[in-house]
Design a protein around this ligand. Structure first.
Ligand code: ZN
Length: 1079
């Protein structure tokens, strides 16, 4: 749990005088206090302290050190946070596109000197309570982070990570498996043709199906052409087969050395212990070298350049003539100049963020395109930063018009400057993001400083956001033209300017495939008969190795007995506002921030309006309200809140699969002082939303349709799974309507309509069913001392709301009233009256089997297969949860990733009782369906050990016990009526799962031979395309409108277990993925 650090009782400080640093540290009570007692020049376990700095705005103390004999750099950030994080970062600067750093990142995780078993990284997922484990390859560094709340686990993981990074085996067969190889289509049959296989090879083929990625990659390569940024660090599918095993080993020797490493630790565990372990287990075994990895400065151009590239057609807009993207980018100064970088980042947000920004007005509202071009705004991931702006979804002939608008807008900004209110809103945003407590703060910090530190910038300076804000204000005060001068310098008078355009080529996928065939032919033709024989034998050897039973006993492990037996209780109080609307209050250390949520049940909504609910939600807070037009409203939201959002939800019932609640969740947060303003904004939105701005509505529709369609290559395995569950439960059916392929198609259709008014007219009709307090409940998470103010604010909000004039009849088959657990039901930590949830049930629903195949122009597949099982409260649910993990770790991972060459695959059980088997970035599909079927046979035959079951339990509990931010505590109770007692009961069921239970549930729910002889009614499958890194289906993703920024203090968009995708960061004002990270 997080406690507000920093303040230490006065007497403790007095006591500490005079003693040795070690003695004082022993007496210090908080992590920050302990860290502050280190002294510059102090030597600890081979390291020397070079700087100790308190950073009060982030409640942390930074200790900078360097390792004496190797020169390794070290930064420790002490903070009262139990979710401790470690990362080691190497500067990796490839000079070709063979993907050597990326293949290396995968291969070092395949076994090391002390842990020679196969794939210790994946095995540790089952032997640890880690809250995060992953590895990333960026353009110029490779980062290995993990986090955990358990001290023993920290040591275990640190040991495995250090050994992997510094002493990997790098066996040839590991390189074959993870990188690329030639292998017979059927490895056992030398008569079948040779083909390219390998995890990274397929991963990168998947990456380059994404047109936004293609654009971003070209942009960076062309704008910074002199050195490492001109190549693709992840690897180009056509270049990866040029990489040799020797080159891989050489790259490791020169780059993964302590002299080229940066170590980072974060949290409340003591620093000394980390230093000792890192020194003893790794650094003491090395001598200093001069790593030749620095990236030289890019030589500035004397005149602008232009490039044109092609991509595949938009799979959902075939035939549309508006598929061109054009972007203009400018080179900016070195990111190690932290204040200049801070200023330009802010400036970029002023230029492109939100409907009041000049580029939004000029470009987005021009109607020429659908959305900004990829990587719009400030990009600080390379040694020199760059700014990019442009449009996608335009007609090819409008390219010049877009470029003219960009030039004109820059000129206008230089003349007019920015409104003071917008600057204030942005500084407010930084303030609130520094205060917001996220559960992955350590991860956010390591990623925030990675690029700057990588080029020897000062990470501590970068973290002093408070002083940067102060200096920024001072600059503005001294020179009101401060920002305009920057625009002039970096945009108007900057000859290092790139115009990049991209148009689709209908033949693009065929051409790519043809080039791959050529490459393959060339490789195969150059082989001697002897080499062919070797390839055949090695293929067999790899298969044998993959099929051999694995011994992981060399790896450290936690035990099931290390898991907490009980769930921590969350104190909740429920009270009625205005006499009828239930409000849940949860007092938490929220650090000066208030979190408000409201859930409106939708059980009266007519059937034909349901598909439009997501659209209603996405525009509700963006069209204006009361006397404010959409611009004024956006301004107020930025000035007074950290974000306001509405999202459609399908909430499963914990006892019946055919019962669920549908509704809309409204969520927002603000600084304590702004609560009345935020609630006033909600009142205006609820009472008088404006649904008449037709032009702006069109703009929003186009943007969101574009976003959905761009997301398919990246989230398709979710689309496949959602589709597959559609005919299994009524909730699954609704989920498909809200967030499946049906929704994507609907949005695309609306975006193409010439007359959009009929759609706009549906919104007030939905409003009548949602925006009143008839079927609503609210929640507030705030500091205890804020609660009485919070209560008053929500009371006023409810009183101001219009009552639903007429009692609306439910239109769905039948509505069941279900009381949520409350104080009266005997709970010790819940008090107040009972909340009644109105659930929808459909007794006529008949689950049935369905198969769907979406044909999309991607060279890799994504498969989802769903099975209807048991609801949350059923003891079988717990068994199935363990079963899913067991099947993933012990069978599916081996079959689908290791042998099949897919990026990943596995099984999961969602809280709605749907059991899903899936694969992503998969070169195969029918074989994968057969693997699903074999997995079932494997479980039924009971070919797993007690140890396997314990490991699956550890892995499940590391997810169940993932830390919850103060903003989100009590949320399960608020949304789904889950009390701590129910969670405890489920926990005990998880502990109790036995071998017999696992076999029992697999016999009971999972039919034999999923593919060969599908039984009626329970199985649906949908091979489709796409891939998602997030394992939780949309039904359980709690929207966090505030989780979309890269400033420290904000959360990441998601934590991902297993290696399923890069952590997606984003720019300050818009959620645009960082495009060049691979994991
Ligand atoms: Zn990868």
């Amino acid at each position: 749990m997080w406690r507000c650090g920093g303040r230490v009782p006065f007497f403790l400080r007095r006591l500490s005088g005079g003693a040795s640093p070690q003695a004082r540290r022993r007496r210090a009570t908080t992590a920050c206090e302990r860290a502050r007692q280190h002294e510059v020049g102090e030597q600890i376990h081979g390291f020397t302290v070079s700087q100790v700095t308190a950073i009060p705005e982030l409640s942390l103390t930074a200790v900078k050190l360097s390792h004496d004999s190797t020169g390794a750099k070290y930064l420790h950030l002490a903070r009262e946070d139990t979710n401790n994080l470690f990362s080691v970062q190497f500067r990796t600067t490839p000079m070709d596109s063979t993907g050597v750093p990326h293949v290396l990142e995968h291969t070092v995780l395949c076994g090391s000197r002390r842990y020679p078993c196969r794939d210790p990284f994946f095995k540790m997922l089952n032997r640890s309570l880690s809250t995060f484990m992953n590895a990333f390859t960026a353009s110029d560094y490779t980062l290995y982070p993990f986090s955990t709340q358990n001290p023993k686990d920290f040591q275990n993981l640190l040991s495995v990570y250090l050994d992997a990074a510094f002493f990997p085996c790098l066996r040839e067969l590991d390189f074959w498996q993870e990188g690329w190889r030639l292998e017979h289509e059927n490895p056992k049959d030398p008569q079948t043709p040779l083909t390219f296989k390998g995890v990274v090879f397929n991963e990168m083929k998947g990456v380059f199906t994404d047109n936004e990625r293609i654009f971003s990659q070209h942009l960076q390569n062309r704008l910074l052409p002199d050195h490492t940024y001109s190549v693709i660090s992840g690897g180009h599918p056509l270049c990866i087969p040029d990489l040799t095993w020797e080159q891989l080993k050489q790259f490791h020797a020169t780059h993964y050395h302590p002299s080229n490493a940066r170590f980072f630790t974060y949290g409340n565990f003591p620093l000394e212990q980390h230093l000792k372990q890192i020194h003893d287990e790794a650094l003491s075994k090395f001598e200093k070298i001069e790593p030749n990895t620095a990236v030289p400065a890019q030589k500035p151009w004397d005149k602008p350049r232009e490039f044109h590239v092609t991509c595949g057609p938009d799979s959902l807009a075939a035939g549309s003539s508006k598929q061109t993207t054009v972007g203009v980018s400018f080179l900016l100064p070195d990111i190690t100049d932290t204040f200049e970088a801070f200023t330009l980042n802010l400036l970029s947000s002023l230029l492109i963020g939100g409907p009041n920004s000049p580029f939004y007005k000029a470009l987005i509202e021009s109607g020429l395109g659908t959305d900004f071009s990829p990587d719009v705004g400030y990009n600080g991931y390379t040694r020199e930063a760059y700014f990019s702006v442009g449009l996608q979804g335009i007609a090819e002939q409008d390219s010049q018009a877009v470029r003219d608008i960009i030039d004109r807008t820059i000129k206008e900004v230089i003349e007019k400057g920015f409104e003071e209110d917008r600057i204030e809103a942005l500084l407010h945003k930084i303030e609130i993001q520094m205060k917001h407590q996220s559960v992955s703060f350590g991860l956010a910090l390591t990623s925030y400083i990675a690029s700057c530190w990588n080029h020897d910038g000062d990470p501590v300076e970068l973290l002093k956001l408070g002083s940067q804000v102060a200096r920024f204000r001072q600059c503005l005060k001294e020179n009101p033209q401060f920002l305009q001068e920057k625009v002039k310098q970096y945009f108007k008078n900057n000859p290092h300017k790139l115009t990049l355009s991209m148009t689709p080529d209908d033949k693009y996928p065929e051409k790519q495939a043809q080039m791959e065939t050529e490459k393959l032919k060339q490789k195969v033709n150059s082989l001697s008969p002897k080499e062919k024989q070797q390839i055949y034998e090695k293929g067999l050897e790899l298969q044998t190795q993959q099929s051999r039973p694995q011994d992981a006993s060399c790896l450290p492990a936690l035990k099931v007995s290390d898991i907490e037996r009980t769930v921590p209780l969350t104190e909740l109080e429920v009270a009625l506002a205005a006499g009828e609307t239930p409000v849940q209050y949860c007092a938490q250390p929220t650090n000066g921030v208030v979190y408000f949520r409201a859930f409106a049940s939708l059980h009266t909504l007519p059937e034909e309006l349901r598909p439009y609910v997501p659209l209603f939600c996405s525009v509700l807070t963006k069209l204006g309200c009361g006397l404010m037009d959409y611009r004024e409203q956006a301004q107020q939201i930025e000035l007074k809140t950290g974000g306001m959002a509405a999202t459609p939800h399908v909430l499963p019932d914990d006892t019946h699969l055919d019962t669920y609640e549908q509704g809309v969740l409204f969520s927002s947060f603000c600084l304590d002082r702004n609560l009345p303003d935020m609630m006033h904004l909600w009142s205006e939105i609820f009472n008088s939303p404006r649904f008449e701005e037709e032009e702006h509505f069109r703009v929003l529709v186009k943007m969101s349709a574009q976003e959905l369609s761009n997301g398919i290559p990246d989230s398709g395995h979710l689309y496949a799974s959602v589709r597959a569950s559609r005919t299994l439960t009524p909730a699954g059916d609704l989920q498909e309507t809200f967030s499946g392929m049906d929704q994507v198609r609907l949005m695309k259709r609306i975006a193409d309509m010439t007359d959009i008014r009929p759609v706009l007219r549906k919104l007030p009709r939905i409003q009548k069913h949602v925006l009143h307090c008839g079927n609503m409940r609210c929640s507030m998470n705030a500091a205890p001392q804020q609660m009485s103010l919070a209560e008053k604010a929500v009371e006023k909000f409810i009183r101001n709301l219009g009552q639903s004039k007429t009692e609306r009849k439910p239109v769905r088959p039948s509505v069941v009233e279900k009381p949520a657990p409350s104080g009266s039901s005997g709970s010790t930590h819940l008090s107040g009256p009972q909340v009644i949830r109105k659930l929808i049930t459909d007794p006529t629903f008949k689950p049935c089997q369905m198969k769907t195949h979406f044909l999309l122009p991607f060279p890799v597949n994504y498969v989802g297969e769903c099975i209807r099982t048991a609801p949350y409260a059923d003891p079988d649910h717990a068994s199935l949860k363990i079963l899913a993990r067991l099947m993933t770790a012990k069978f599916l991972h081996i079959e689908i990733r290791e042998k099949g060459g897919a990026y990943g695959g596995g099984a999961k059980l969602s809280r709605d009782g749907v059991f899903t088997l899936y694969s992503y970035r998969d070169p195969r599909s029918t074989e994968t369906l057969q693997s699903f079927s074999k997995a079932v046979d494997w479980v039924k035959a009971g070919r797993f050990t007690e140890q396997d079951i314990d490991e699956a339990k550890l892995s499940v509990f590391s997810v169940v016990d993932a830390p919850v931010a103060p903003s989100d505590r009590g949320l399960d109770h608020f949304l789904c009526g889950l009390s701590d007692e129910m969670k405890q009961a489920h926990r005990e069921q998880l502990f109790a799962v036995s071998r017999e239970d696992l076999i029992h549930v697999s016999n009971k729910y999972v039919p034999h031979g999923l593919v060969a002889r599908p039984r009626p009614a329970v199985v649906a499958r949908a091979p489709a395309v796409g891939h998602s890194a997030d394992l939780s289906p949309p039904a359980f993703q709690v929207p966090r409108p505030w989780a979309e920024h890269t400033w420290p203090g904000s959360a990441w968009t998601g934590e991902r277990r297993d290696r399923q995708g890069p952590v997606v960061g984003s720019q300050i004002a818009r959620n645009s993925a960082s495009a060049r990270e691979y994991s």
